[in-house]
Design a protein around this ligand. Structure first.
Ligand code: 1GP
Length: 250
């Protein structure tokens, strides 16, 4: 079953090639700041807004941030939850994700069991996602109790991704961790793309046009950036990264 947000993402990728998604960490912004980031990112070429972070945020604050963003932009708002507390009734969709290289069953299936009834009650569109932590893994790796895939083991990342596809995930996300010094390497993206037939999302440490071009050229279908947009240069930064992405289409 493919819902309207997933359909929108697939059509965008089909018509434009690699697309850009803006990640807003609700912990780091007020609702008006979130609206401003979303608005500027949208006008600079981002295709959707993801909302979520690796640590704790109150559900009330999350709801306020999601509502503010929904009020400001028409592009889809997709939750990127680190736990059951990352669910808000005001979003359009939720990455219904399993951390494929976690050693803790809670992050593989436990949180999902607790969250599924809420997703249904709130009528959120669940988009099945296999999430894989790479390299240092950052906060997401620590919180999710991951055994990160080393940067120099592309074949291991590919095996995780293929397992995710065979389990029925619709998207795979390679995560180097927010603010990572080194993004997911192009060789790893190539290796994963050779194995899977579903779209590939790449995020973590993609801070410049050059890095965005490298990730897009290697085959990423969606590029997520968050950290770099948390200052006052949202518009120029998103434009720079979107130009990098488009550079691989020319
Ligand atoms: C983090 O992949 C995302 O979950 C985005 O990373 O904050 O480094 O852009 P950055």
């Amino acid at each position: 079953m493919v819902g309207p947000v997933e359909k929108y993402l697939l059509e965008k990728i089909e018509s434009e090639g690699t697309i850009h998604i803006t990640l807003i960490d609700p912990e780091k912004v007020t609702p008006p700041q979130a609206s401003r980031i979303a608005n500027k990112a949208k006008s600079s070429g981002t295709s959707a807004i993801m909302i979520g972070g690796s640590t704790f945020v109150s559900t009330k604050h999350l709801d306020d941030v999601v509502r503010a963003v929904k009020h400001t932009v028409k592009i889809p708002v997709i939750l990127f939850p680190n736990n059951v507390t990352g669910i808000s009734r005001y979003a359009d969709a939720i990455w219904f994700m399993s951390l494929l290289n976690s050693v803790d069953p809670y992050f593989l299936i436990g949180a999902q069991v607790l969250g599924a009834p809420l997703v249904k009650r709130y009528d959120l569109e669940p988009i099945p996602l296999g999430y894989i932590i790479i390299g240092d893994g950052g906060t997401a790796g620590v919180i999710g109790k991951a055994v990160p895939v080393p940067y120099n083991k592309p074949e291991l990342a590919a095996a995780h991704a293929l397992a995710g596809q065979y389990l029925g995930m619709h998207f795979i996300y390679l995560e180097a961790g927010s603010g990572a010094k080194r993004p997911v390497p192009p060789e790893m993206i190539h290796a994963v793309k050779r194995y899977i037939d579903i779209p590939l999302i790449v995020g973590g440490g993609i801070k410049s046009r050059r890095k965005a071009l490298a990730v897009a050229s290697a085959g990423a279908d969606m590029i997520v950036t968050g950290n770099v947009l948390e200052n006052n240069e949202v518009k120029s930064k998103v434009s720079e990264i979107v130009k990098g992405i488009r550079g691989c289409r020319t």
